[in-house]
Design a binder for this molecule. Structure first.
Ligand code: DX5
Ligand code: ZN
Length: 220
């Protein structure tokens, strides 16, 4: 199954309900990039603002928390309606405890790794994971170039999931996914795709999402 998760990082933050409405019909989840100006140089939303977006979204929300001290700072998100919560491996002291807690609240529990983090670092967390996010750009900004050199990590994760019987665990890529790169990520084994600037910089966001889905599905 292929899932498309538009990121609103490049949407107009002052018009979010209408921006989200543009993509809701054809998207699987809404990818919400929370940046704290510590883990990454940018700042997007306070928890209060993120909660408003999550609670009012017509789509289930995939919250990508690029925040330091996630063991503590991610906890308020467990009280929201977010369908999936992703924390960064690099930002957790005790990822296993946090992931277990996320799952206990009935949410999908996910871990993200930055380009400099090896995939083997998260292997022992597999039984606690509902999704692995392999970042294909350095987190912090939309509109960067897709790092195809991350594909060996996606391939390794795909192999673990298939061979380990983790059929319900999703494999996501985030950063630089567009009409040229989505097939590369799909071929490596990703099934869940974040796309930001390619969607919201287009006059036809729905059409772009449908084309991305078609391109991913066409990979044999
Ligand atoms: C980067 C964010 C991404 C980003 C994707 O730190 O996590 O979700 O918004 O945007 P594009 O698709 O423009 O790379
Ligand atoms: Zn993201």
């Amino acid at each position: 199954m292929i899932r498309l998760c538009p990121s609103i990082l490049n949407a107009n933050f002052d018009e979010l309900p209408s921006e989200i409405a543009k993509i809701a019909r054809v998207s699987d989840l809404l990818h919400l990039d929370v940046m704290d100006n510590k883990f990454v140089p940018s700042f997007t939303f306070s928890f209060e603002r993120a909660r408003e977006i999550i609670e009012s979204s017509q789509l289930p929300v995939d919250a990508h928390l690029m925040i330091t001290n996630a063991d503590k700072e991610a906890l308020p998100y467990l009280e929201t309606k977010a369908a999936s919560i992703t924390v960064h491996f690099e930002a957790c002291e005790d990822p296993l405890t946090l992931l277990t807690e996320i799952r206990k609240r009935g949410k999908r529990a996910a871990i993200a790794i930055k380009p400099g983090t090896g995939i083997d670092e998260i292997r022992e967390l597999l039984p606690a994971l509902d999704m692995i996010l392999v970042m294909t750009v350095e987190p912090g900004f939309g509109g960067q170039k897709f790092m195809s050199e991350m594909m060996p990590k996606v391939e390794a994760a795909r192999k673990w999931l298939d061979e380990g019987g983790f059929g319900d665990t999703w494999l996501q890529v985030d950063g630089g996914v567009n009409l040229e790169t989505i097939a590369t990520a799909r071929r490596a084994g990703a099934d869940t795709f974040v796309a930001g600037s390619v969607v919201f910089n287009s006059p036809d966001p729905e059409g772009v999402i449908e084309t991305l889905r078609h391109l991913a599905a066409s990979v044999k």
